[in-house]
Write a protein that binds this ligand. Sequence first.
Ligand SMILES: *[C@@H]1O[C@H](CO)[C@@H](O)[C@H](O)[C@H]1NC(C)=O
Ligand SMILES: *[C@@H]1O[C@H](CO)[C@@H](O)[C@H](O)[C@H]1NC(C)=O
Ligand SMILES: *[C@@H]1O[C@H](CO)[C@@H](O)[C@H](O)[C@H]1NC(C)=O
Ligand SMILES: *[C@@H]1O[C@H](CO)[C@@H](O)[C@H](O)[C@H]1NC(C)=O
Ligand SMILES: *[C@@H]1O[C@H](CO)[C@@H](O)[C@H](O)[C@H]1NC(C)=O
Ligand SMILES: *[C@@H]1O[C@H](CO)[C@@H](O)[C@H](O)[C@H]1NC(C)=O
Length: 381
Amino acid sequence: MKDRRKRDVVSWNRFFWCTLFLVFSCVLFSGFTFSTFRFFFFGEKFHPEIVSTWRTPAMEALSGDSSAVPAPSIRETVILPDQVLVFLKYPPSSRLFTKEDLLCVYLSANKSSSQSQRRLPPNHIDGKDVDDQIVRCPLIPRGYTVSLALKSGGYIHPGPTHKWDSLVYEALIDRDNTTVVFVKGLNLRPEKLSNASRFECVYGWDFRRPKFLLRSQVISMAQEIVRCKTPLSVLGAPQMVNSSVKASIRVKGRGTLHSIARPGLRSKPQPGPPERKPHKMCICTMLRNQARFLREWVMYHAQVGVQSWYIYDNNSDDDIEDVMESLVQAGFNISRHVWPWIKTQEAGFAHCALRARESCDWVGFIDVDEFFLLSSGVKFA
Ligand SMILES: *[C@@H]1O[C@H](CO)[C@@H](O)[C@H](O)[C@H]1NC(C)=O
Ligand SMILES: *[C@@H]1O[C@H](CO)[C@@H](O)[C@H](O)[C@H]1NC(C)=O
Ligand SMILES: *[C@@H]1O[C@H](CO)[C@@H](O)[C@H](O)[C@H]1NC(C)=O
Ligand SMILES: *[C@@H]1O[C@H](CO)[C@@H](O)[C@H](O)[C@H]1NC(C)=O
Ligand SMILES: *[C@@H]1O[C@H](CO)[C@@H](O)[C@H](O)[C@H]1NC(C)=O
Ligand SMILES: *[C@@H]1O[C@H](CO)[C@@H](O)[C@H](O)[C@H]1NC(C)=O
């Protein structure tokens, strides 16, 4: 008994000094380690502010003094075979930049080269959300990294860069609370279910730092679509829905794939299936530079009873946004989803089906040059 008391005293003493030390450390290094400490203390609770550490250098580089207009940072860069996607993140409620404001900057890794920087105008800019804007830059020359510059002056630092041949590129939380993860580069045999026990799902911000990751079980996988059990702390954190937690896949014995997939970004978890879905018949389509056919195609299908359209846009650079805007103004329930990925039409349709399932009884998958032909007078509804 006496012994135990003594031990208690010692540990209280130690506790006091530890607390003092910790408080001291926090005060000293608060700017630098604040997010890390918070992560330790609150364990699994996700907090989206972590990414803001990426913003600071960009803001400094752009402004030179901290009171200037907040600027975006580069969240990720993906090198596709024919172009480069640069994903931007703006501070909340900033004005978004347009194609006219920005330049793609190519930096040579070779410092001794005199021609170490090139600048080109971007091909296109997609997205109207501070958390989800994509700049499409012309293809990267070998040995260069891509970043952006403002025409008005100012430079945005490059972000983490990923190659397309091995990447987790989309993820969404399904209505049964599992995460559906879309992967490129697993090279599984087609037409075959894979043995899920070789794989594991991981959630976190930075997959190079295994300490800060949550792991979960793969429920099933077919081709390059993986269904994961979503960790409860990911489901439970409402901030996570539009923040920066990413999902990836670990191949046991081979490491974790790069990922840009934020499961909460575009589809919010549904509170169970609604009693009655708002639409009877919907259409998913994938297109590229076919805006000029869109109006006729939508109006025709509205006539035969289609109520909603999901447009998966594979890198269009025509006026599709304007055409869609005018269709929405005219009362059509039509939405665009940017799908810049290569040779992933089936995955895109699977993604669309998961989204459409929440609001549609039936979903058709057709191209913009295809038309449902029903006997005259017959409608879907
Ligand atoms: C770097 O640039 C210099 C001058 O242009 C060139 O001589 C050298 O071979 C380059 N090095 C690499 C690794 O590309
Ligand atoms: C999904 O997760 C949420 C939040 O944890 C919970 O309220 C809901 O009941 C879950 N739904 C299903 C189908 O498990
Ligand atoms: C999957 O792999 C595990 C271990 O690698 C093995 O024990 C199991 O039998 C395999 N399952 C199937 C269905 O092949
Ligand atoms: C999430 O999105 C909502 C509305 O889109 C916004 O009000 C909220 O501030 C966002 N939360 C975070 C943590 O970004
Ligand atoms: C389309 O319909 C869905 C489901 O009713 C609704 O949530 C969405 O806001 C509608 N979108 C437009 C552009 O009308
Ligand atoms: C999108 O278009 C590019 C170029 O035509 C093509 O390589 C790619 O496979 C297309 N993506 C899909 C999902 O069809």
